[in-house]
Design a protein around this ligand. Structure first.
Ligand code: GAP
Length: 480
């Protein structure tokens, strides 16, 4: 049973130290969130799982970590300066500002590929405000979503030479390093480059907790292949691999759905994109409104490597990019040919993955007393804490001493905590709610038989285990 809605997770996340509203002491900052002690562990575990899966377990992917602020020309030639914008409208009734293309009635019914005049539809009262339902909306206008800044203390605000952007995707840092990675790591095509890091977008309508924020983290991988590879098939292959990866994180396949992005909604660089959607809104009665993008897998062609290169020319023979100093083409030894590799790009969000994982792990169980308990059934690899060591009596120094010693002995190999801030029932309930797979209880008997009770989060079953066998026992259980 996943969480009934995002609000349930917002409340759990705040109550238990996963995610806090940012800048709360100053009244908050719209749609900005801070990750608390458990949230940062969960995010790190998602990122590590991804990195291990792609960079360590495969033989064809390297990792990098590029700058967040890149030369402005990167964003000129990537196409983001000209096209990374969303249509914006205001509601004249309730004064809300919204993304026009997300509103009911924006697209003509049926075929998305059909040409239409959005402002004609807006003026004709066909488009509805998402907030108050009014059709009294302004014309749309375009708004570039890149955050601007100026470099250098002496720069004037509007000095174009000092203008820079916070990256809106991690991908460009990979493209501009393609040759650096390929030559230093002596890679042959096909191979990929992975990067995880922050990206920034001045979203018109952020919201729904950590689903859409202005600052977020991406896990992107650019997979470089030959120009004549079976690109569309490769997209399907990566879609399948990612669906399996998400299932491995504990997400139920029934809450995942594939969405073929219609041609007129493709990003400027994409020939085909398949989105993997997650059921973030199970409470909505209409099935089609329950889904939102978790990640996308795009066929980016050779668009980026070509447009960052100084060699390509247009029909009139003029260089397309006269400001680049490099040619990012690849020489294929086997065929003695030079070409710009084509790219398959799986691009996932850390925050959206974390939200999906939390929603899918949420469950409730009734105890013997008829009380409802929340259990976060996180996959052990993602759980912020793997084992909690709990003393049955906190006023017994021998029991406390033994519990603390066990915690210290486990800590080098797995994330363990010691907790004595309540009765045992309360301590178990707290660990269940934060997804700790195993609790280890030290009791009076432990002092005599050098054994402890190991309690399972999901079944609440208990097992007596010798302290000397505990590290191996826990490791085995966590890998199940
Ligand atoms: N390089 C391709 C790219 O950036 P995208 O579909 O715009 O593609 C990839 O972004 C993923 O990044 C999304 O599927 C989503 O998981 C995450 N993402 C994008 N914008 C986001 C936002 N405003 N807040 C949270 N996550 C976001």
């Amino acid at each position: 049973m996943p969480a009934p809605n995002i609000d349930t997770i917002v409340s759990l996340a705040k109550r238990r130290g996963f995610v806090f509203p940012s800048s709360e002491v100053y009244g908050g900052l719209g749609s900005a969130w801070d990750y608390g002690p458990l949230g940062v562990e969960l995010c790190n575990n998602v990122k590590q799982s991804w990195w291990r899966w792609l960079v360590y377990e495969r033989d064809d992917i390297e990792g990098i970590d590029s700058s967040i602020i890149l030369n402005r020309l990167v964003w000129k030639y990537s196409g983001h300066e000209a096209t990374f914008h969303d249509p914006l409208v205001d509601c004249r009734e309730c004064k809300s500002r919204m993304r026009a293309d997300k509103l009911e009635g924006y697209f003509p019914a049926g075929d998305h590929a059909v040409q239409f005049d959005a402002n004609e539809r807006l003026r004709g009262g066909l488009v509805k405000c998402a907030n108050c339902g009014s059709t009294n909306l302004t014309d749309e206008r375009y708004f570039n979503m890149m955050f601007r800044t100026t470099l250098g203390a002496a720069a004037a605000e509007e000095d174009p030479a000092a203008l820079a952007y916070l990256r809106p995707e991690t991908a460009q840092g990979i493209f501009i390093n393609f040759l650096n990675v390929q030559t230093t790591m002596r890679r042959k095509i096909p191979f990929g480059i992975a990067q995880v890091g922050k990206s920034f977008r001045n979203e018109i309508t952020p919201g729904n907790f950590i689903l859409r924020t202005r600052e977020f983290e991406q896990m992107e991988m650019e997979y470089f292949v030959k120009p004549d590879a079976e690109h569309l098939k490769l997209v399907d292959e990566w879609v399948e691999l990612y669906v399996e990866w998400f299932k491995g994180l504990g997400i139920d396949g029934r809450n995942l759905m594939l969405h073929e992005v219609p041609a007129d909604e493709l990003a400027h660089y994409s020939k085909r994109t398949v989105d993997i959607m997650y059921r973030y809104f199970p409470e909505r009665p209409e099935e089609e409104r329950q889904w939102e993008e978790l990640m996308g897998i795009a066929y980016r062609t050779d668009f980026d490597l070509r447009s960052h290169s100084n060699k390509p020319v247009d029909e009139e023979g003029n260089r397309v990019n006269a400001e680049s100093t490099e040619d990012l083409s690849y020489f294929d030894e086997s065929t003695k040919t030079r070409f710009y590799p084509h790219v398959i790009e799986p691009a996932a969000g850390v925050n959206r993955t974390v939200l999906a994982v939390l929603m899918d792990a949420y469950s409730e169980k009734t105890n013997d007393k008829g009380e409802t308990r929340v259990i976060l059934k996180l996959a052990p690899q993602l759980a912020p804490i793997k084992a909690a060591i709990l003393p049955l009596a906190k006023n017994k120094p021998e029991i406390v001493g033994m519990a603390k010693a066990i915690k210290r002995s486990l800590q080098p190999t797995l994330r363990a905590v010691y907790d004595d801030t309540g009765g045992i029932g309360k301590l178990y309930a707290r660990q269940d709610e934060i997804g700790t797979p195993l609790c280890v209880t030290v009791d009076h008997q432990s002092l005599e038989d050098e054994a402890v009770t190991v309690r399972d989060r999901d079944t609440w079953e208990q097992e007596r285990v010798k302290v000397s066998d505990l590290p191996e026992h826990l490791q085995r259980r966590l890998q199940q």
